[in-house]
Design a protein around this ligand. Structure first.
Ligand SMILES: Cc1cc2nc3c(=O)[nH]c(=O)nc-3n(C[C@H](O)[C@H](O)[C@H](O)COP(=O)(O)OP(=O)(O)OC[C@H]3O[C@@H](n4cnc5c(N)ncnc54)[C@H](O)[C@@H]3O)c2cc1C
Length: 325
């Protein structure tokens, strides 16, 4: 892949275009490039994805003492480059035109790919309240599976009322001494079974019609300031951590006209990660999947690369150097 032209026609076309340079996209690049597929990754920012914002990852295999999120993804990137993948950063996919090749339009031009893997992940939605950004990674978290174990015998707050919030509140009771479930309405939106389980759990206390106005502390989270709409009262509640589940936005807007998605915008695929368009696959957090974790995103990246490789070989675009069975 050498250059691009602004407009609909790509100047150069690569075998495989991978959109997104997080764990899913970079693992796909490792597998594809190692198999001899000409691979180009387009990343809207710097490579790394969500995990690059995590100070410590303790559940990715191979690192018994944990590893920095940024450091881990730098290793993914180096491995992809080592096998010959090309990576272009600050290149955001803005539009997708299906065809042969498929075309992806960015701010600087149009890229062609005989096969495409969409691995654009998601952006966790925050509350936007005072202190949220300041304490991100120092008590404010968007992932109980990732950070729950840091709160053994501590008090935490979970904000939200949907399935994710309630599931994660239940999960946190394995570690935390007490879990406040803070919800802005007077009843939860989560499935009834989950609600029942949470509300019957002695470690969980639900705070209704409650909105977090501020996350407070010196160097780390020490309390949340909560407005209670029903009694027009504001209370400071001491907590050691705050888990926010007020929504997730998959980065799939640019393919919403052409790919099948669920109501929330997560891409629907077959179990082999094929989308409704031939030669287009989706992997990782942008896909409707059961686990939003690095190990899972990486596994899906590997599977998507394998499937894209087979597709390219069957289409006569390239011959694979490495058998994927
Ligand atoms: C704070 C935090 C801590 C976490 N801790 C852990 C942990 O300890 N362990 C664990 O297993 N998981 C953890 N996770 C979850 C994990 O980070 C995600 O499950 C994983 O990163 C998903 O990988 P992905 O490649 O599918 O998506 P992402 O990581 O979201 O990567 C997608 C990439 O695509 C790029 N992109 C988006 N749109 C476009 C576009 N239009 N064009 C080009 N590029 C685009 C993004 O910039 C991003 O780099 C954590 C998440 C967060 C937010």
């Amino acid at each position: 892949m050498t250059g691009v032209t602004v407009g609909a026609e790509p100047v150069a076309t690569t075998d495989l275009l991978i959109l997104g340079g997080g764990p899913a996209g970079l693992t796909a690049a490792i597998y594809a490039a190692r198999a001899g597929v000409k691979t180009l990754v387009l990343e809207r920012q710097m490579t790394g994805g969500q995990i690059a914002t995590s100070e410590r990852v303790e559940n990715f295999p191979g690192f018994p003492d944990g590893v920095g999120g940024m450091e881990l993804l730098e290793l993914f990137k180096q491995q992809a480059l080592h096998f010959g993948a090309e990576i272009r950063e600050i290149e955001e996919a803005e539009d997708f035109v299906p065809g042969a090749p498929h075309r992806v339009v960015t701010g600087s031009g149009t890229y062609g790919g005989h096969a495409v893997i969409i691995a654009t992940g998601l952006d966790p939605q925050g509350l936007g309240c005072d202190g949220e950004d300041r304490f991100r990674g120092r008590g404010v978290s968007y992932c109980a599976t990732c950070d729950g174990a840091f709160f053994r015998d501590r008090t935490v707050a979970v904000v939200g009322g949907g399935n994710s919030a309630v599931e994660e509140a239940l999960f946190l009771t394995r570690f935390a001494r007490k879990v406040y479930l803070i919800h802005r309405r007077d009843k939860l939106r989560a499935d009834f079974v989950l609600q029942k389980r949470a509300l019957e759990n002695p470690k969980i206390e639900a705070l209704w019609t409650a909105q977090v106005r501020e996350v407070r502390g010196e160097d780390k989270v020490e309390a949340v300031l909560v407005d209670f709409a029903d009694r027009q009262e504001t209370r400071e509640i001491p907590v050691d951590g705050v888990f926010l589940y007020v929504g997730q936005r998959p980065n799939t807007g640019f393919v919403k006209e052409v790919l099948q998605m669920d109501q929330s915008g997560f891409i629907m695929t077959t179990h082999l990660l094929a989308t409704n368009l031939a030669g287009v696959y989706a992997a990782g957090d942008c896909r409707f999947n059961p686990m939003k974790q690095v190990v899972w995103a990486a596994a899906e990246g590997a599977l998507a690369a394998q499937q894209a490789g087979k597709y390219l070989e069957e289409a006569g675009v390239c011959r694979l150097d490495v058998e994927h069975d």
